[in-house]
Structure formats: structure tokens, C-alpha cells
Ligand binder design. Structure first.
Ligand code: HEM
Length: 333
């Protein structure tokens, strides 16, 4: 059985079609159906517990798994909406026309694909050919945050999965890099309908996970004014200015690297942000006051983060994008 969905204006019409033959795909215009908390209530009532268990196993094995899945969701949603496009393996065709995994911000950097494979396999075992990879990823990211000690939120469901497309160019264009200025991050988020406050709240995801030396070398080797000197010198030992050690990892929140808390913001106030882009949030600009508030008030950060994740998670593919419910998240049906 295969399912193909055609999205029309604003995300909102979802209409799965059972196909009679695996080779033929049908598309039918849909009537509006918003993302809904009840989307799989009848077709996959065990979905939430299946995803949560799979993520609990992954995080128990390696807490970084939670961070990696959270980042996967960000990199998915910022590129043509939350449509699991980032999970498609590059093929001989897409590597020339735009495989997203090979895009600059993703290649040798984005990780956790096999965790989503395990989540989707568990979902398929309970509810075959029913739940999109995009929805599985949205739930997995939510559960990752909660399992690491962060907030939780309700995920509305009914997303569908992209067919291979021009994701590489869109990823290169839409995802901010570690050298970004505050202004460019604010602009990148505004392009997705997200506010400067959302930039700061969502950057709080860097309270968990690791970054490679290549992404912070300049900052800790004299290339950045706004950095605590002791902190920079410590990091420069394993990430020297002369090059090499590109893959050496450092925690993004050194004090509590695997706990989803507001430690990231306390570090920013001490000028111990790992990335240049992190410290841009507390560098004499418009977000300084909010960073101080989050550093002092973890509950406020949690509440804003959850709301911003819902907004980010509702980013929809463009009208008319052909979509389906993928069985294997790595390849189209
Ligand atoms: C605001 C602009 C952002 C920039 C410039 C940025 C940049 C980066 C960079 C350079 C890394 C390290 C990559 C590497 O080592 O190869 C990273 C890691 C990470 N990012 Fe972001 N990021 C941003 C926003 C976000 C958002 C919105 C989220 C999620 C909501 C997020 C979640 C993460 C996580 C969890 C990691 C660690 C992943 C792991 O350990 O596998 N980031 N980010």
C-alpha cells in the first residue's frame, strides 16, 4: 500500500489515498484539514507511547541522541517546512539536483538519522504505512527535550513527507551558520515567520549537544572579542588555531552538557557561549535583556521554548508540493 498526499494552500488539506498498485500514485485536491492532536487517534492510537519508548531507549544509550534529534527537526523545518526532506538519503540524482544531507550545514555535521530509523521502525511495527516521517520526527524531538529534563508540549499531527526535491540549495540558503550575526539570524527566522524572541528561545536548544572544533575554532583562538579568556584558552587546547582537529567535540553548555536547562543562557552572560552565533545573542544588542531573563528564570525559558517549538513545528511545505507518507524515511516509496 502506498499513500500520496497533495498539499494545497497553507498546509491544510490532508487526504491520504490508498493506492491500488504500488506503481501508480494518485493525487487528489483536498479540503482543508488543519494539523490536529487527534490525527492518528483512530489509525494509530499507540503512536505517542511507541515514539516515546524508542526515544527513551536512544537517550538512555547516549544522551547526545536527544540533542541530535532536536537539531534534525530544526534542519528539517527550516527547509521547505517540516516534511522530513532532510531524512532522504542522497542518490545519484539528488546529489546533483539537491540532496539535503549534502548541504553545507548538514554534511559531516547533522546526525541521528539512525535514531529516526529506529523510531519509524517501531511505529511501522504498530501502525504500518500510516504515520509520516515528518510527524515521527516532530514527536521524537518533543520527547528528546522532555527526556533530557526540558519542557514538553502538545504536537499537532498530520504532516506529510516530501518527495526528493531541491533541498540542498534551500538548506544552504535558509540555515544560519556558526559565524552568523544576530541580524542575520533574526532575518533567517523572520523569513519563517518567527520573531527575534523565538531566535533566542530556540537557540536555547544549545543547552544540550556538542559542536565540532571547525565551528568554534576562530572564536576560541583570538578571532572573537566577546569571549571569556579562560574559557577560550581551555577550548583552544583541543581546538588549536593552526588547524587540524576539525572534529574535536566540545559541549555547547559546558556545565550541564546533557541536561536541558537554562545553563546555556547563564554561560552567555559569562561570555562562555561556544559559537560566535551563540554569543551574538548577548553582545550588547536587542536580545541581552531576554538572555538575562532566561538565565535567571528557567521556567520562562521552558515556556517560551515550548511555544516557539510549536510554531517552528507548524512550518508547512509550499502549496502544491507533492507529498506522501514514507515507509522508509530514507527513500521515497
Ligand atoms: C539560531 C541559529 C543557529 C545556529 C547558527 C546553529 C548552529 C549550530 C552549529 C554550528 C552546531 C554544531 C554543528 C557541528 O558541530 O557540526 C549546532 C548544534 C546543535 N544545534 Fe544549532 N544552531 C542554531 C539554532 C538551533 C535551533 C533552533 C535548534 C533546535 C531547536 C538547534 C539545535 C542544535 C543542537 C541540539 C545541536 C547539537 C547537536 C548534536 O550534538 O548532535 N540549533 N548548531
Amino acid at each position: 500500500m502506498a499513500v500520496l498526499i497533495l498539499i494545497s494552500p497553507k498546509r491544510t488539506f490532508v487526504l491520504p489515498l490508498l493506492l491500488l498498485t504500488a506503481a501508480s500514485f494518485l493525487t487528489v485536491p483536498k479540503t482543508a484539514t488543519a494539523l490536529s492532536t487527534k490525527y492518528y487517534d483512530k489509525t494509530c492510537p499507540s503512536l505517542q507511547s511507541v515514539v516515546r519508548s524508542a526515544m527513551a531507549r536512544a537517550v538512555a544509550t547516549d544522551p547526545r541522541a536527544g540533542a541530535s534529534v532536536l537539531r534534525l527537526f530544526f534542519h528539517d523545518c527550516f527547509v521547505n517546512g517540516c516534511d522530513a526532506s532532510v531524512l532522504l538519503d542522497d542518490t545519484s540524482t539528488t546529489s546533483t539536483t539537491g540532496g539535503e544531507k549534502s548541504a553545507g550545514p548538514n554534511a559531516n555535521s547533522l546526525r541521528g538519522y539512525e535514531i529516526i530509523d529506529a523510531v519509524k521502525a517501531a511505529v511501522e511495527a504498530s501502525c504500518p504505512a500510516t504515520v509520516s516521517c515528518a510527524d515521527a520526527l516532530a514527536l521524537a524531538a518533543r520527547d528528546a527535550v522532555a527526556l533530557l529534563g526540558g519542557p514538553s508540549w502538545t504536537v499537532r499531527l498530520g504532516r506529510a513527507d516530501a518527495r526528493p526535491g531541491a533541498g540542498q540549495a534551500a538548506a544552504n540558503a535558509n540555515l544560519p551558520g556558526p559565524g552568523s550575526s544576530l541580524a542575520s539570524m533574526v532575518a533567517a527566522f523572520a523569513a519563517k515567520g518567527l520573531s527575534p524572541r523565538d531566535v533566542t528561545a530556540l537557540s536555547g536548544a544549545h543547552t544540550v549537544g556538542r559542536a565540532r572544533c571547525a565551528t568554534f575554532r576562530a572564536r576560541v583562538n583570538g578571532g572573537d572579542g566577546n569571549v571569556n579568556a579562560t574559557f577560550a584558552a581551555q577550548l583552544a587546547r583541543s581546538c588549536p588555531g593552526g588547524g587540524g582537529a576539525d572534529g574535536a567535540l566540545a559541549a555547547m553548555d559546558a556545565e550541564t552538557p546533557d541536561a536541558f536547562d537554562n545553563g546555556y543562557f547563564r554561560a552567555l552572560v559569562q561570555r562562555r557561549g561556544l559559537l560566535h552565533s551563540d554569543q551574538e545573542l548577548f553582545n550588547g544588542g536587542s536580545q541581552d535583556a531576554l538572555v538575562r531573563k532566561y538565565a535567571a528564570n528557567g521556567a520562562l525559558f521552558f515556556s517560551d521554548f515550548a511555544k516557539a517549538m510549536v510554531r517552528m513545528g507548524n512550518l508547512a511545505p509550499a502549496a502544491g508540493t507533492p507529498l506522501e507518507v514514507r515507509i522508509n524515511c530514507r527513500k521515497p516509496n
